[in-house]
Design a protein around this ligand. Structure first.
Ligand code: HEM
Length: 215
């Protein structure tokens, strides 16, 4: 490694500690939102009436009209804070790539997946929220028509967000000392199974909405 490859590392400061807390708390809130979102949309697997009743509840209580844009803002806030550590320039990317190959550590590669999925989710989820929230009320029929029309879009968004959520959950544990060296393997497997479980539930939901959209 040459001196050129090393990037300047800023000193630890009170602000960087506060940013780390804000990143963790906003990330944890978004993880909980995504788990709830996955299960609520999956209610269509039981019946369209249940999905419609849940959607009606969220509109009557203004959670969709007010809570929806708040989730959008929280997502942008989380991205802006996390972006301070992301490699954006060609030089940063090259240095990251060299270091990752040199360290041969699984967590470094997981972080790379976290960065790539973050960029995709930011764009796709913003478009998705715009479509849903500018076309209220939410109904199973409208969702079915949307999924039928935009299936490839959801086929990309679903694995990207579930990977991002599962790796984010694992990284919070490692970074804040809840997952130690000995339990890393166990939690990596847990995080993998979590992604598979959520992608499976989401895929069944998409399949059901796609079929409903053809009726
Ligand atoms: C905050 C407001 C949000 C609302 C009201 C909402 C609502 C919905 C609805 C009604 C569907 C069914 C398909 C459709 O109507 O288009 C859906 C599907 C989906 N949404 Fe959202 N969504 C929101 C935010 C998000 C965010 C932030 C993400 C990802 C970061 C996301 C990811 C997905 C995915 C992957 C699906 C496919 C089905 C599934 O896996 O459950 N949504 N959403």
């Amino acid at each position: 490694m040459t001196a050129k490859d090393t990037l300047s590392i800023p000193h630890a400061s009170r602000n960087s500690g506060l940013f780390d807390w804000a990143q963790m708390l906003s990330g944890a809130a978004l993880i909980m939102f995504m788990w709830a979102h996955l299960l609520l949309v999956a209610s269509v697997l039981i019946s369209t009436d249940i999905m419609n009743t849940i959607a009606e509840f969220f509109e009557k209580t203004y959670m969709a009209q007010v809570g929806g844009p708040m989730i959008g803002m929280l997502m942008i806030f989380h991205f802006v804070i996390a972006a301070r550590k992301m490699p954006f320039s060609g030089r940063e990317l090259l240095t990251f790539w060299r270091h990752a190959k040199m360290m041969k550590h699984k967590d470094t590669w997981l972080w790379l997946i976290q960065v790539i999925s973050a960029l995709i989710v930011l764009v796709f989820a913003t478009i998705h929220m715009w479509f849903v929230l500018t076309d209220l009320p939410i109904t199973a029929a409208k969702s079915a028509a949307r999924v039928r029309e935009l299936l490839p879009f959801y086929v990309v968004l679903l694995p990207m967000i579930e990977l991002h959520v599962a790796i984010g959950f694992y990284r919070i544990g490692v970074k804040w000392g809840l997952i130690g060296k000995k339990s890393r393997k166990f939690f990596q497997r847990f995080e993998f199974l979590m992604s598979v479980a959520f992608i499976t539930i989401g895929s069944f939901t998409l399949a059901e909405l796609y079929v409903l959209g053809s009726i």
